[in-house]
Design a protein. Structure first.
Length: 604
């Protein structure tokens, strides 16, 4: 199949996204394909637990539910649907879709991509001494899930076979879009620049409304949050594409919005490793070509590697979280003393009951800028929320903890309220990531009852990249006026998680600020400012095409995901914290819109 261009809508950024996307895209989107992304690392464990209770489950049921009122219209328009809603049971998801179609009197061709589940290889891998790719730890005794991140080739094969709906298990988020583009334009596996552009297109729309103004630094510029539009990309045969949204919807598609999303959850932008291609986004350019229309060009590709990334999850004890609201003078101090009393009392009760101590505890006073650490403003609060998170190997110990939270309402601080229901212990799920030779992962597509094995190119090892030397910080001319402003005045930023690592993409507000930030916003300075949160290495990558820098922060999220006790285990607020960093800059470099009377003006 070939076409002069194709329009693809992104209808879901996670399991639980809004139900407003499908009617938008089928109504005013003018699309030929709609793609859905549902899976995060921890989602796989939750789906595995659901399948353990009911063998027919284990997939994202939202997909089936949301299609019920819209499947007939999608088929009438000839819109094809591609989704990774299969989770740990893509065949079960396909069966539920088939049952829905029969109930509605419809007969779509449904294809299933299989092969991502590598849990059966666990014992062989243990015997081979497999190690976690970041920490070097050995394979845990028992895994809940173990899934290889597949690529776009099986999706392309399913569409080539005539599928109307394609359901996959774990694949990289961008693959649902790249598979469509390979099918539409007949791109070959060795056309790496096109594959890189297609992967970037998928990356831009894989998080839904984040491409149309969601999470934007300059949030006041984004109109009509309630009616925000879901992204639509129009892609040309050479891979160049324009990001937009359905007419009449809210939100904003602008160069800054797309730039933020481009760097979201990316490590080295010049070596973004995907199963089908190694992408280089460092020279990508963005251009506003109309209202709510941004053209994207310039991604380059290298041959893929010879391995898949595998993300396994395993149970590692239990956790519980309690919250209390405390009102009145010195609310923060009251929260801190209340937390200390709860922990002291429960530790004593643990000893009396013969339980070990907590494996971890975390006290956060929400409203007191706890995440800002030493950079908190210190404002006097008269209302705050105590968040007390604890971990323990024994569920019974945390049940005891849960019983001892409510007595704070009558035993200690005046103004204690908002106790709510008793917290319930839940399993701590940790990640274990490693690389696996692609030849050990048989990928297949099932359509019309027939199984098609999919040949995956072997790939090759990726040579390490030497980063250019870091520019030394230096002053500009000393005889000019200087102002001290927050980094927010000079840049926009977006952050996201990858396990226990976090990335912060920082985009200069104007071209003249790029050189200044390259000199002054060093990895060492970022590491120092975020030291209360980031325990590992900080690496800076330049992204000159969009005048940006991407910071990779290791050991930054307290374990990340469901293993972390933090209120923000996904690093969503990390960029916002970094944007408070004071920056001493020449006054003429600070955008006029960012200048305020409160900004300090001084001379050296």
């Amino acid at each position: 199949m070939t076409s002069p261009s194709v329009r693809i809508g992104g209808a879901s950024g996670f399991w639980g996204d809004s139900q407003t996307a499908l009617p938008q895209l089928l109504g005013a989107g003018k699309v030929q394909f709609i793609v859905f992304d549902y899976l995060a690392e921890m989602t796989m464990s939750l789906l595995a637990a659901a399948r353990a209770k009911q063998p027919e489950m284990g997939y994202a049921g939202d997909f089936v539910t949301q299609l019920r009122p819209h499947l007939a219209e999608a088929m009438r328009q000839g819109v094809k649907l591609v989704s990774n809603a299969g989770g740990v049971n893509p065949a079960g998801c396909a069966a539920a879709l088939a049952a829905l179609a029969t109930e509605l009197g419809l007969s779509p061709r449904i294809a299933v991509v299989e092969g991502d589940d590598v849990l059966p290889l666990t014992e062989n891998l243990r015997a081979e001494g497999i190690r976690e790719m970041q920490t070097g730890e050995p394979l845990p005794p028992k895994l809940a899930t173990s899934s290889a991140y597949l690529g776009a080739l099986p999706i392309r094969a399913a569409l080539d076979a005539g599928a109307d709906i394609v359901v996959t298990g774990r694949c990289v988020d961008s693959a649902v879009t790249l598979g469509v583009l390979m099918h539409v334009f007949d791109w070959h596996a060795d056309e790496h620049d096109k594959l890189a552009m297609g992967s970037l297109a998928g990356h831009i729309i894989e998080c839904g409304c984040q491409a149309t103004g969601g999470l934007h630094t300059d949030w006041r510029d984004v109109p009509d949050w309630a009616g925000i539009g879901y992204p639509v990309i129009e892609v040309a045969p050479d891979g160049g594409f324009v990001v937009g949204k359905p007419e009449g919807t809210g939100g904003l598609v602008s160069v800054p919005v797309v730039a933020e999303q481009m760097l979201y959850e990316v490590g080295d932008p010049a070596r973004y490793i995907l199963p089908d291609v190694v992408c280089d986004f460092s020279a990508v350019t963005l251009e506003q070509v109309g209202e709510n229309r941004v053209a994207v060009r310039g991604a380059k590709g290298l041959p893929p590697t010879d391995t898949y990334k595998v993300c396994a999850t395993y149970a590692a004890g239990f956790r519980a979280t309690a919250t209390l609201t405390i009102v009145g003078f010195e609310a923060v101090a009251k929260c801190e003393r209340t937390a200390a009393a709860i922990l002291e009392r429960t530790r004593r009760l643990f000893r009396e009951a013969g339980y070990a101590g907590y494996s971890d505890t975390l006290v956060e006073v929400l409203g007191a800028e706890a995440g800002h650490g030493p950079h908190a403003s210190g404002a006097l609060l008269q209302e705050a929320v105590l968040r007390l998170a604890v971990a323990h190997a024994d569920r019974r110990a945390l049940e005891l903890f849960a019983r001892e939270v409510a007595p704070a309402g009558t035993s200690w601080s005046t103004g204690t309220t908002g106790v709510g229901g008793r917290s319930s212990p839940s399993r701590v799920l940790k990640q274990f990531s490693f690389l696996l030779d692609k030849r050990r992962v048989p990928v297949r597509v099932v359509v019309d009852g027939k199984t098609m094995p999919i040949e995956i190119p072997a790939g090759r090892a990726l040579a390490p990249r030497e980063l250019p030397p870091v520019a030394e910080a230096s002053d500009v001319a000393a005889d000019m006026d200087w102002v001290t402003v927050p980094l927010l005045a000079l840049a926009r930023a977006r952050s996201g998680d990858k396990g226990d690592s976090c990335n912060v993409g920082v985009i200069a507000r104007t071209p003249v600020l790029v050189a200044f930030l390259r000199r002054t916003l060093t990895a060492a300075r970022v590491q120092d400012y975020l030291a209360h949160l980031v325990k590992g290495k900080v690496t800076r990558f330049d992204v000159p095409g969009i005048g940006a820098f991407n910071f990779l922060l290791e050991e930054a999220l307290g374990g990340g995901g469901m293993a972390s006790l933090r209120n923000d285990p996904w690093g969503k607020g990390m960029a916002q914290i970094l944007l408070t960093m004071p920056m001493r800059a020449p006054a003429h470099l600070v955008p006029v819109s960012a200048r305020e009377p409160s900004h300090e003006v001084d001379r050296p």
